[in-house]
Design a protein around this ligand. Structure first.
Ligand code: AMP
Length: 443
């Protein structure tokens, strides 16, 4: 498998050179399957998460087709990429820089949370490719600074996360402003019914490319579930971090507030940590991420949305400090480790208010997560009950005093996951949105 693989996809010399400079030797599956139909002018519906090489899968063909007809006169936005978060948008922009080095194509990223003037100036100068988060894009369109009526390529990236974040109306507004004739690309890590119907509303005879990880990514990652009381989570976490000398650990909390609090608590225990979430300024988020990437801060505490798409090499540990209320998030979270074929370990803490979430996660991944009960905080009261349904349990139920803290019981394994395991991923792709959606949106 050599560069000839990229050549056989029909990419031009300058793009082959760019890919070579990036050190890519062969295309990833999503690239192999998306690039030829995109070059041929087809719409593509890609089921792929971050880490699969999906950015190059859309950026390379878009660049290639655009460079066939260089700009005449003032530049206008010919490609629009919508991305749910600032971090992801910035990463896409950075990828466009890498791939378009030898091309006469101007691209720019715009997102909220920072001053709009430099963005307005860039738009006034003229751009070929705009990468944007939906809110800021609509603001700038509303003020007459951005014109998307001549877009030839529309890329909707991380569509499932877009919907989770409540961007559906914004997306629909953008779609109304786009010209009828254009090529569409939609990428999503999961394909719940809501995404299929969104896809159906604007894709035209799309080629479906499915490289969803299913077991693939998940299988490479060592996973452990630890049943514990909420009040013991912090001590358990500190103990693991210290015992295992975690050098690059990513910890997920459900809320921004929880992330901040945990950082303080870790610092009190002598651990260097930093938080990244939607309430932090862009500068603070960039700085936190850079320190973590560099390795100068070993622990990053994140909410799902802020972490989405963050591509940091060498994460050794992922901690689900809180279990996510959406099962798909679990797969995304643990996928932050074991990148590029490396191994990694993912710990999940489950307290007695979260056992329903665990049931949902295990249904999605089609197996039971191995239980680690060899720690002093093991709490059998958090184990899912036989036949327990996926989803939320009443808060506070049993979260006070221990009722049945039997350390020696082999817990979940002995009763086959509490009867909740449905093999074969039958739940995959089903929407798990619910009353928790509005809370998630604010993260
Ligand atoms: P993405 O899924 O687009 O976020 O890409 C994940 C990472 O894979 C990025 O760091 C890319 O630079 C890298 N990458 C993309 N395509 C390839 C390839 N064909 N070979 C090796 N690495 C790649």
């Amino acid at each position: 498998m050599k560069m000839s693989d990229f050549t056989s996809l029909g990419l031009s010399e300058s793009l082959l050179q760019a890919v070579k400079n990036e050190g890519y030797t062969s295309p990833t599956p999503v690239q192999e399957q998306s690039i030829p139909p995109l070059l041929a002018g087809r719409d593509v519906l890609g089921v792929a998460q971050t880490g699969t090489g999906k950015t190059a899968a859309f950026a390379l063909p878009v660049l290639q087709v655009m460079s066939r007809s260089p700009p005449q006169g003032k530049r206008f936005i010919r490609a629009l990429v919508l991305s749910p978060t600032r971090e992801l948008a910035a990463q896409i922009d950075e990828r466009f820089s890498a791939y378009s080095e030898h091309l006469d194509i101007r691209h720019r990223v715009i997102f909220g949370g920072v001053g709009q003037n430099p963005q307005v100036r860039a738009l006034q100068k003229g751009l070929d490719i705009l990468i944007a988060t939906p809110g800021r894009l609509l603001d700038l369109i509303g003020q007459g600074h951005a014109d998307i009526t001549k877009v030839e390529f529309f890329v909707l990236d991380e569509a499932d996360r877009m919907l989770d974040m409540g961007f559906i109306r914004d997306i629909q507004k953008v779609l109304k402003l786009l010209p009828q004739r254009r090529q569409n690309l939609l990428f999503s890590a999961t394909m719940p019914a809501s995404i299929s119907s969104l896809a159906g509303s604007f894709l035209n005879d799309a080629v479906m490319v499915d490289v969803s990880p299913k077991e693939l990514t998940v299988e490479k990652i060592e996973q452990r579930i630890m049943f514990t009381r909420k009040s013991d989570k912090r001590t358990l976490l500190v103990k693991i971090i210290k015992d295992e000398r975690v050098s690059k650990g990513l910890i997920f909390t459900r809320t921004k507030h929880g992330a901040n609090r945990l950082v303080k608590q870790l610092e009190q225990s002598g651990l260097d940590a930093v938080a990244i979430h939607g309430n932090k300024s862009q500068g603070a988020r960039t700085k936190a991420l850079a320190s973590f990437k560099k390795g100068s801060i070993p622990i990053l505490v994140a909410t799902d949305i802020a972490s989405r798409g963050i591509d940091v090499e060498g994460i050794t540990h992922v901690f689900n400090y809180d279990l996510p209320n959406e099962p798909e998030s679990y797969v995304h979270r643990i996928g932050r480790t074991a990148r590029a074929g490396r191994s990694g370990i993912a710990y999940a803490f489950c307290d007695d208010t979260e056992s329903g979430y665990l049931v949902g996660i295990q249904q999605l991944i089609g197996k039971d997560i191995p239980v680690d009960d060899s720690h002093q905080f093991h709490y059998a009261g958090a184990i899912p009950k036989p036949g327990q349904k996926p989803g939320k349990m009443k808060e506070g139920k049993g979260s006070g005093k221990p009722r049945n803290n039997n350390r020696n019981r082999s817990s979940q394994g002995s009763k086959k996951g509490g009867g909740q395991s449905q093999r074969g991923n039958s739940n995959r792709g089903q929407p798990h949105r619910s009353n928790n959606q509005s809370r998630q949106r604010r993260q």
